[in-house]
Design a protein around this ligand. Structure first.
Ligand code: FCB
Length: 482
């Protein structure tokens, strides 16, 4: 399917409420480049990407999409698409080099210019404070397994809010702490590459504490109307069968993917079953101090959901070698699992067509998550803060990029959002991942998630068909009919 063959929107089917935020999302290390400019010091991703064997092809974020130098062009692209919002992250080691001590005026000045450029185009800036680029010095002092890292995070949050809070009204503390804790410290496929399930859970608690302390720090600096949120990659967990053992596998993974975040943040407690499942890995009572859960459960203005693919589990069969999961929950036999205490769990490939990440396409998972949150967290506004797909895109001889699979993916997922909203989920916005092709973590530049193609040799940007499709959805506020 090309753009020419796309049906035009049925104007009678408005599905998104007025004021719905239409955005794209990015993250600092994935697009900025300028890794050693403007006073920025190395983060754990600079170190990790330089460690042989950790990132495909030895790719690093040194240059990335060179957004640090090209942000004005990129904001112009966003304006051409008609975006009403843009979700980006601040690089902690730009703002507070080394992770503690004095703030770096040059680092903050970059975000100042970015925010002003967005506002000039009427694009609402949505700032994430932590999208995985921990200053290396903090990792050297123990990283997220140390409580002090949460305290440093709150200081950094305060500094950012003090400088940008007059113009940025929407803030997120952390992006996908599941990945930071379980991929960073559990199976080590993300920076800092540590592999200890007890450490993964310690990192998890300190990330939760950082969220709580960071929320308090933001509130203290920001005007009362500012919104503070957390972004989670909650999982649509499905059991492959109905045996008690299959259902128990689903319970375990639901606990480690969903309830270990939602319960402390929204109810001020950790789930009893997860504490029991993991008790042999760490002493929770020594880790969680009096007052921590009150700090973690401070009220939030919204919850961000990142969704890509569902999670299908079953009980490990007798004689099964323990099935391991790869970078994002996909199967890679032989790799260490990110999931603590999941020896009895087998991860199965969900049905459906696959993206270039080999992730099954299943938009119902997004509907399931949004309607679950409608039921479990009434009164909490929801935002889809990431959703999108990688495909093997290329510019054709006429210089165009045709990406019909991505258009189909986006169409199905936006329809799921609209259906959830029609069924009562309070969804306030959708941020497509991603604006630009970028550094896809352990996959390097090999996986293209952008709706704008980037030729990394020349840094030329080419909007793909999906960009034009998305612009038309934004303009009309309706989805084309299937
Ligand atoms: C999410 C990350 C984002 C990007 C997408 C594909 O887990 O938040 O940075 O890598 O996956």
């Amino acid at each position: 399917m090309t753009l020419d063959t796309l049906p035009s929107p049925a104007p009678s089917a408005p599905v998104f409420p007025p004021g719905f935020l239409w955005g794209t999302a990015t993250a600092a290390y994935q697009i900025e480049g300028a890794a050693a400019e403007g006073g920025r010091t190395p983060s754990i991703w600079d170190t990790f990407s330089r460690t042989p064997g950790k990132v495909r092809n030895g790719d690093t974020g040194d240059i990335a999409a060179d957004h640090y130098h090209r942000f004005r062009d990129d904001v112009a692209l966003m304006a051409d698409l008609g975006l009403s919002a843009y979700r980006f992250s601040l690089a902690w080691p730009r703002v507070v080099p080394g992770g503690s001590g004095p703030v770096n005026p040059e680092g903050l000045a970059f975000y100042d210019r970015l925010v002003d450029a967005l506002l000039e185009k009427d694009i609402t800036p949505v700032a994430t404070l932590y999208h995985w680029d921990l200053p290396q010095e903090l990792e050297d002092a123990g990283g997220w397994t140390e409580r002090a890292t949460a305290e440093r995070f709150a200081e950094y949050a305060a500094a950012a809010a003090r400088r940008l809070g007059d113009r940025v009204g929407m803030w997120t503390t952390l992006n996908e702490p599941w990945c930071s804790a379980f991929l960073g410290y559990g199976n080590g496929v993300h920076a800092p590459g540590r592999t200890d399930h007890g450490d993964a859970l310690r990192a998890h608690h300190h990330l939760m504490l950082a969220h709580g302390l960071g929320t308090a720090a933001l509130r203290a600096e920001l005007p009362a109307a500012a919104q503070v949120s957390l972004v989670l990659n909650l999982a649509a967990v499905r059991a492959a069968g109905t045996t008690p053992a299959d259902l128990d596998a689903a319970r375990r993974i639901d606990g480690l993917a969903n309830r270990i975040f939602l319960d402390p943040v929204f109810h001020g407690r950790y789930p009893e079953d997860v504490l029991a499942d993991t008790a042999h890995l760490l002493d929770w009572d020594a880790l969680v101090r009096d007052g921590d859960l009150a700090e973690i459960s401070r009220p939030l203005d919204a919850l961000g959901i990142n969704y890509y693919t569902p999670t299908l589990v079953a009980a490990a069969e007798d004689g099964d070698a323990v099935r391991r999961t790869g970078p994002r929950g996909d199967n890679h036999a032989g790799e260490l699992t990110p999931w603590p205490a999941s020896e009895g769990v087998r991860f199965l490939p969900a049905p459906g067509t696959r993206t270039a990440m080999d992730w099954p396409v299943d938009a119902d998972g997004l509907y399931e998550i949004l309607t679950r949150l409608r039921d479990e967290l009434p009164g909490t506004p929801l935002v889809v803060t990431e959703n999108g797909a990688a495909y093997d895109d290329y510019t054709d001889p006429s210089g165009e990029v045709h990406d019909p699979e991505r258009v189909a993916y986006l169409h199905a997922h936006l329809a799921a959002v609209a259906r959830a909203a029609a069924d009562g989920a309070d969804v306030r916005g959708y941020f497509l991942w991603s604006l630009l092709d970028n550094f896809e973590w352990a996959y390097g530049y090999g996986k293209r998630f952008g709706i704008v193609h980037v030729d990394f040799a020349s840094q030329r940007r080419t909007p793909k068909d999906s960009a034009r499709w998305y612009a038309e959805v934004i303009r009309s506020g309706v989805l084309p009919e299937d």
